[in-house]
Design a protein around this ligand. Sequence first.
Ligand code: IN0
Length: 424
Amino acid sequence: MGSLRAILKHPDDLYPMVKLKLAVRNAEKQIPPEPHWGFCYTMLHKVSRSFALVIQQLDTDLRDAVCIFYLVLRALDTVEDDTSISAEVKVPILKAFHRHIYDREWHFACGTKDYKVLMDEFHHVSTAFLELGSGYQEAIEDITMRMGAGMAKFICKEVETVDDYDEYCHYVAGLVGLGLSKLFHASGKEDLASDSLSNSMGLFLQKTNIIRDYLEDINEIPKSRMFWPRQIWSKYVNKLEDLKYEENSVKAVQCLNDMVTNALMHVEDCIKYMSALGDPAIFRFCAIPQVMAIGTLALCYNNIQVFRGVVKMRRGLTAKVIDRTKSMADVYGAFYDFSRMLKSKVEDSDPNARKTKDRLEAILKICRESGTLNQRKSYIIQSKPQNHATLVSTHHTLSYILAVFSSPPSVLSLLNMCFNAIKS
Ligand code: IN0
């Protein structure tokens, strides 16, 4: 994003962006002194940016367990994703990964940039893992074992049917949901959620990523990665890569809309899962990625740009979601707004228009029946004139900065802070 233009267009993004920037800066300062924990939290910030902040808001022992779980999964992912490693080398590593986490000596050179550092210095992660409570260790080990085996299965297998697609997403994301539910339960803060609802939480996030990342995955060097199921794309084109060619634009968008409609199937379960959470920090941790996902789907639907470049929510909207997602009422409000935005994009000529609208109507109904919608700040409607919104937002931002600093910063450093929040 990084553009002043986006801020001028959405002036009320400024306040949450500055707030987020300061919160990230503050969280990055709170790195534990022990070298292994220091490495883990520094790495967490490098590989997940804003999500690290939400993890850091969890209570201490759960926070440590989730941090390690996140890094173990990222490491497993790094092995799976590295297209330069042959299947013969990769499969045994994936299958044995749940044992490697107990071995302080183990490491395997792969990945690039921050992920290479994570892999080279994996001993810090295993050292920290061995300090977790046994309930946490067992949950992480069990999920790592099942995920590694599932990933190994799909190394030599294509995603053909919609069932394969659900199975693949179960291994790489649904199991994360099952693992997190176990960690929440082990912390004593939540009842144990059902496997089926936990699975849906992961499937909704992962399917959104797979939809959004079409171009990046198909253009992967040395070998394309293909996660869109043949059963869906073969209704529109002969080869998955044909979707990126301009002459197939109409078919490509129809296929994309079919994929979005498939992902929407999980929303009801996700809402059920979130509404059963009791701890406010765990709730935010779960709800923020879900709201980002429905926002991303709303952006991707009927959008040819998915096949041309990167389609991501603007940074200001991300900051707004992080700032505003605190309660179930906020979740209903966000799902309602983004579903309405999606519905307004459905064209009657789309082959799945009826199905998409039915799914959206079902989501809108759940949100309406929650009885909480009139309390929300809308994500879509710009209710105030731009210049008024700019003034209000600037006032909010300045009041916030003055409130968090014990001695008021100079005008120059104030401007600098706003500029940094927009730029980075
Ligand atoms: C996650 C999930 C996640 C969070 C909370 C509850 C969940 C329940 C079920 C399954 C997953 C759940 O959230 C992260 C979000 C994230 O990493 N965001 C990135 C943005 C991005 O585009 O990468 C950020 O930098 O902010 C997530 O996407 N996944 C994940 C991984 C591990 C854990 Cl412990 C939790 C990845 C995935 C594949 C969707 C499961």
